[in-house]
Design a protein around this ligand. Structure first.
Ligand SMILES: NC(=O)c1ccc[n+]([C@@H]2O[C@H](COP(=O)([O-])OP(=O)(O)OC[C@H]3O[C@@H](n4cnc5c(N)ncnc54)[C@H](O)[C@@H]3O)[C@@H](O)[C@H]2O)c1
Length: 445
């Protein structure tokens, strides 16, 4: 729904109620006109946040009005503040939201455990949200994000930007146009290493927190732990369960995205995993996760199996793919096995069709979209987002259900998406959520 539509609704509600006080929370969002600039705040300005911010700010319709980062040093808040000197600066997102009257929209590019705790109150204040992938740290949070976007009628986009590239858009189109027929089976993998696993368990000891770093705010909703350099902030938080969901969490919302979009999947019926034993701290170095989804108009059977493989040098078994021996699989990607042929979707390159003799090597491609400025335009009512939380929520739920299965290897889990019920292990249901640090509980809708 565009802002222009909500503007009409707004005026109608004013006419009916006769007072702005009777308006629903959605109307707290500033009503933007075609000549207005979208006033954005960036939360998490280093790492991927830097490219999220600068790519969005390329739009002539965007004004960067606030910046928030828990690290004030050069490569984090420092660089952003130098580039956008007129923007207000914060080191605590709660203070930014308390002072957010002049902000229309926020970009959330922090580590995963803080996505929902920042995005939910922002949406409750009527702010449009662009949030990195995976959308959240738990399945329950992903459901909350979807419900909040709907309830507060805000424009949303998850940061799985490759969805907007020509490569992934073309792959989805090839399936929708029936090129490989109905799909019988899918295998998806990430065979790269996990350089961010820096220890097998939590190390003892602590070091002084640098003056420019706000450690309490970095920890946020997670249980407090002593500061140690390099193994958590920055980037290497990916190895730890309290902040991340490991390799599947990191790459699932990219690599499974064109599979989800092409087959129009919604929620799996069953999930199970093979993985090495896991402790309470660190993610595993490999996993194989098997999902079964209800069939759709693009699948051959009543159900369809999607199998995920990760771990350094791990690929699906060659014989399962039916591809020519001489074809070297990309380091990460997926294969969709259809009734008329197979489609390899490398991460990231143009899709490849098999058998080669049956398909032309050149086919019509779908042009790219701009994932970042299209979100800004959607906030201004002149475009629509594709990875809005109605799409990104179920995709993230699916990915994170896989990470629950990794913690319960060998257990056959059954998922009831409507009831948010995960059965098959006495521990499964509890892993849909997690404990939050006292004083940091998210604002559920
Ligand atoms: N879409 C992609 O291709 C892609 C690529 C890399 C990372 N990501 C995602 O981007 C997010 C960030 O990953 P990264 O690799 O950039 O991590 P990072 O640790 O390198 O950077 C995170 C940034 O957020 C800041 N930060 C941390 N906690 C914060 C808080 N509570 N409030 C404000 N700022 C905070 C850090 O100081 C840093 O600037 C993750 O969700 C990750 O999955 C996406």
């Amino acid at each position: 729904m565009t802002i222009r539509t909500s503007r009409r609704q707004f005026l109608k509600q004013v006419a009916v109620a006769g007072t702005a006080l009777a308006l629903p929370a959605a109307s707290y969002a500033r009503i933007l006109g075609a000549n207005d600039k979208l006033r954005i705040a960036s939360i998490g300005t280093g790492g991927k946040g830097w490219s999220d911010l600068t790519a969005t700010a390329e739009s002539p319709h965007v004004q960067v009005v606030a910046l928030c980062d828990i690290d004030e040093s050069k490569m984090f808040l420092g660089r952003a503040a130098e580039t956008f000197p007129d923007a207000k600066r914060f080191t605590d997102f709660r203070k930014l939201l308390d002072d957010s009257k002049g902000i229309d929209a926020v970009i959330v590019s922090t580590p995963d455990h803080m996505h929902a705790p920042i995005s939910l109150p922002a949406m409750q204040l009527g702010k449009h949200v662009q949030c990195q992938k995976p959308l959240t740290h738990t399945v329950n949070e992903a459901r909350q994000m979807r419900l909040a976007a709907k309830k507060y009628n805000v424009v949303t986009q998850m940061g799985n930007q490759i969805q907007s590239y020509s490569e992934y858009r073309t792959a989805v189109q090839l399936v929708h146009s029936g090129t490989i027929g109905k799909v019988k089976e899918v295998h998806a993998w990430q065979s790269g290493g996990m350089s961010w696993i820096k220890a097998d368990d939590r190390p003892a000891g602590s070091e002084p927190v640098p003056e420019t770093l706000h450690w309490n705010e970095w920890i946020g909703v997670a249980p407090m732990r002593p500061y140690l350099p390099t193994i958590y902030h920055s980037f290497n938080w990916r190895g730890w369960q309290d902040f991340s969901n490991g390799q599947l969490g990191d790459f699932g919302c990219h690599i499974l995205d064109p599979v989800f979009g092409a087959l129009k999947l919604t929620a799996p019926l069953t999930i199970s995993a093979e993985a090495p034993p896991i402790n309470r701290e660190v993610w595993t170095k490999w996993s194989t996760v098997s999902y079964e989804f209800p069939g759709t108009e693009y699948t051959a059977g009543k159900t369809i199996k999607v199998t995920w493989y990760d771990g350094e040098g791990k690929f699906p078994p060659r014989e399962a793919l039916g591809l020519p021996e001489k074809y070297k699989l990309p380091g990460s990607g997926s294969v969709l096995i259809g009734e008329k042929g197979s489609l390899v979707i490398p991460h990231v390159a143009m899709p490849v069709l098999f058998p080669e003799e049956k398909f032309p090597t050149k086919y019509e491609t779908v042009p790219a979209r701009n994932h970042y400025t299209s979100w800004a335009d959607a906030c201004l009512g002149t475009d629509k987002t594709t990875s809005h939380f109605d799409y990104a929520g179920p995709l993230t739920e699916t990915v994170l259900l896989g990470t629950i299965a990794i913690r319960l290897p060998g257990q056959a889990l059954a998922w009831n998406a409507e009831k948010l019920e995960l059965t098959g292990s006495p521990h499964a249901q509890g892993l849909l959520t997690k404990p939050y640090r006292s004083g940091w509980q998210p604002k559920w809708i």
